[in-house]
Design a protein around this ligand. Structure first.
Ligand code: FE2
Ligand code: FE2
Length: 169
């Protein structure tokens, strides 16, 4: 069994992961509206990843004899001023999620729930990857500035991203 405190903390992380999925889905729609279909594809893969993160926590709560409860998902932003602004927002968002995961690790340590601590290690590493992915794109976009030709190239590159490449995580 998990404690009520851990159960509540994990349930709120499920909500945060779904919010991430929702935010990336909103970003995908924004890119569709601009016809940047490669950027939209990248966001679609990211959305799927976030849903799989929520599912991982969902399954873990059940495995530990806890009770999953689902809350309302907050409304994400829908408009940004440029593709760069979108990826900057994504990077900032991932930094926030990293802080949430770190807080969860602290709660597990305080509760002496080592199984949850070990479970969360996967998310700690995943956040390193998430931050790196978003910040690399921000870096490239800043370098390329707003040149239409280079944005087109980058759009093409990000259009190649698939979920399989990342082992479905
Ligand atoms: Fe996530
Ligand atoms: Fe994420």
């Amino acid at each position: 069994m998990i404690s009520k405190k851990i159960q509540d903390a994990l349930n709120s992380q499920i909500n945060a992961e779904f919010y991430s999925a929702y935010l990336y889905m909103a970003m995908e729609a924004y890119f569709h509206s601009l016809n940047f279909l490669g950027f939209a594809n990248w966001m679609q893969v990211q959305t799927q990843e976030e849903v799989s993160h929520a599912r991982k926590i969902y399954d873990f709560i059940n495995e530990r004899g806890g009770r999953v409860t689902l809350d309302a998902i907050a409304r994400p932003a829908g408009e940004w001023k440029s593709p760069l602004a979108v990826f900057e927002a994504a990077y900032k968002h991932e930094q926030k999620v990293t802080a949430l995961i770190n807080d969860l690790v602290e709660v597990a340590a305080k509760e002496k729930d080592h199984a949850t601590g070990i479970f969360l290690q996967w998310f700690v590493s995943e956040q390193v990857e998430e931050e790196k992915n978003a910040s690399e794109i921000v870096g490239k976009m800043r370098l390329l500035k707003d040149s239409a030709g280079s944005m087109f190239m980058l759009d093409k590159e990000l259009g190649k991203r698939t979920l399989e490449q990342e082992g479905g995580e």
